[in-house]
Structure formats: structure tokens, C-alpha cells
Design a protein around this ligand. Sequence first.
Ligand SMILES: C[S@@+](CC[C@H](N)C(=O)[O-])C[C@H]1O[C@@H](n2cnc3c(N)ncnc32)[C@H](O)[C@@H]1O
Length: 228
Amino acid sequence: MFWNVYARSYDNLAKHFRPYQDLVQEVCDHVDEYADGRSLRILDAGCGTGNYSLELARRGHTVVGVDNSESMLERARKKSSGVENVAFIEHNLTQPLPFGDGEFDAAVSTMVLYALPDPGSALEELRRTTREGGELTLVTSAATSTVWVSLKGIMRTGDFTSSLKTIVALVPVGILNLLIDLSHAKGTYAVSTTEQLRTHLAATRWCVLDEMSAYVEDTALLVIAEAV
Ligand SMILES: C[S@@+](CC[C@H](N)C(=O)[O-])C[C@H]1O[C@@H](n2cnc3c(N)ncnc32)[C@H](O)[C@@H]1O
């Protein structure tokens, strides 16, 4: 329900929020670095409105995006009309993935893991469906206060008029992110620290190759891991 409501304004991030646009490029650049010129089969777990899936498809990869929000998927499908190397499937990541072992060369999952009640089992499924030696690029929120720092970031990077326009366009997104921040602060989410994430990855045969801060004011953690 929450994500179906969020779907109505989610793409305002892609249209108006520079850190979101930069993160899409950063994640896809990491995937391309791993691909080294090959065209990969990639799973985008919790694909939302398909921004990462579509960028990866644009770069020549074949992508399957899964998400359990009908409204997010509806938008993703609309945006991908005519694009042949991307497909969107409704799937709840609390359930086993509807794919065979090692079917994918790589997986991406951005800003999803924290929202899952059992991130370990989702990572286990991502591992099962990624071939050995395949790569996972994962981004998850690492801060309990993203809205306030985003506001400060917007004010700092633009002139007054452009900052105001961006803030107005992002009001609905900001309100929904406040709810996410509150849940983080209350400890509702199963993954909200780097240590928790590392523990889940190690337990599910993902070997962390690199780890870096990302997104607006370093409020997220970007991890590259290899399927071992
Ligand atoms: C913050 S959005 C991120 C979307 C996309 N990865 C991006 O970064 O643009 C979180 C997404 O996770 C999806 N999600 C949350 N819980 C899920 C679950 N149990 N199964 C599948 N998708 C889920 C939501 O529907 C939503 O599209």
C-alpha cells in the first residue's frame, strides 16, 4: 500500500533530484565495469519504476526487474514500452524468486533491502539465482535522517529559485521519506547499519569486494559483492 502511494510521485526523484540521477549512473557504471564489454543478464530486485533496469537495458544488458508494487510496475512498463531487453515481473521478495539457479550474471538492488522483513532470505535468493563469480551491486539506506540533509543539499547546490522549484516538486516524496526515516529511527527495519548488512552478506555467500558511501550527503551505503 505504502509503495503504491509512493509510486505516484516516485519519478519526481528521477526528474528533479540530482543525487538520485547520479546514483543511477554510479550503480550502472559499477555494473559496466564488471561487464567489461559483455552484455549481461541482470536481475533488478525491487526495481520500482524501473529507472535502473531501463538504464542498464539502454547500456545493452538484458534486465528483469521484480517488484511487488503494482503501481510501481505499471509505471516501469509504460516507460519501457518498445524496449525489448527489459521485462518487469510482479514478485514479493519475501518469497523464493521464480528463477533457476545461476540464471543471472549480476544483480542490482537499490534502496530495497531495508524494507524487507527478512533481508537474509532475500540475499540468499539473489545469491542462488546469480551464477558463481557473478556480481551484486547493492545500495541501502544507512541513515535515519535523509529528508533534512537532502533539503540542506538542495539549498547548497542551486540558486534560490531553482532550489525552491526542486523542493516544491519533491514535497510528496519528502513526506513519504519522512515516514521511512521515522521507521529507521524506531528500529523497525531489519537492516539499518553497515555491520548488519555485512553479517547478512557473509551468511549468504556474498563476498564483499568494495564498500562506499553514496547518495545525498552519504546517507546510503553502496556495496559490491561477488557470488562465491
Ligand atoms: C525506494 S523504492 C526503490 C526502487 C528502485 N530500486 C530505485 O532505487 O529507484 C523501494 C522499492 O522496493 C519495493 N519493495 C518493497 N518491499 C518489497 C517486497 N517485499 N518485494 C518486492 N519489492 C518490494 C517497493 O515496491 C519499491 O518499489
